[in-house]
Every structure is written in structure tokens, then in C-alpha cells.
Write a new protein. Structure first.
Length: 67
């Protein structure tokens, strides 16, 4: 059975939008083990999820600059 939910947001900042997409992605991953497949279809969602779920390693960390 397929069901669809539509979320309409007003006056949401770019940062809030990114956080909402990442939280929905977290819910999607958590529910997947129960057999629920949640597909997120939103503008720039793939880019946001890719950036927000990347692993951070030592190469990503900038050394502190001393002045």
C-alpha cells in the first residue's frame, strides 16, 4: 500500500529547510528496518542529504590559525 504526505512550509529559512530534510532522512533510515520505505521528494533534497550525512575525517578539519 502506498500513501502520500504533502508538507507545505511557509517562512522557513534555508537552514531550517536543510535541518527538516535531514531529520526526515533520519526518520526514513530508522523506519527502513521495519519495512517502511520513505521517499523524500523535495527541492535540493539529494544535495542536502549528501552534504549533511557525509563523514568528517581529519582532512576536513582545518588546523587552527594562530595570529
Amino acid at each position: 500500500m502506498s500513501r502520500k504526505i504533502t508538507l507545505i512550509t511557509n517562512n522557513i529559512s534555508h537552514r531550517q529547510w536543510s535541518t527538516l530534510i535531514l531529520e526526515l532522512n533520519t526518520v526514513s533510515k530508522a523506519w527502513k528496518r521495519f519495512g517502511v520505505n520513505i521517499k523524500i521528494n523535495a527541492p535540493n533534497s539529494e544535495k542536502i542529504i549528501k552534504w549533511g550525512t557525509r563523514s568528517h575525517d581529519e582532512r576536513d578539519i582545518q588546523p587552527p590559525t594562530h595570529t
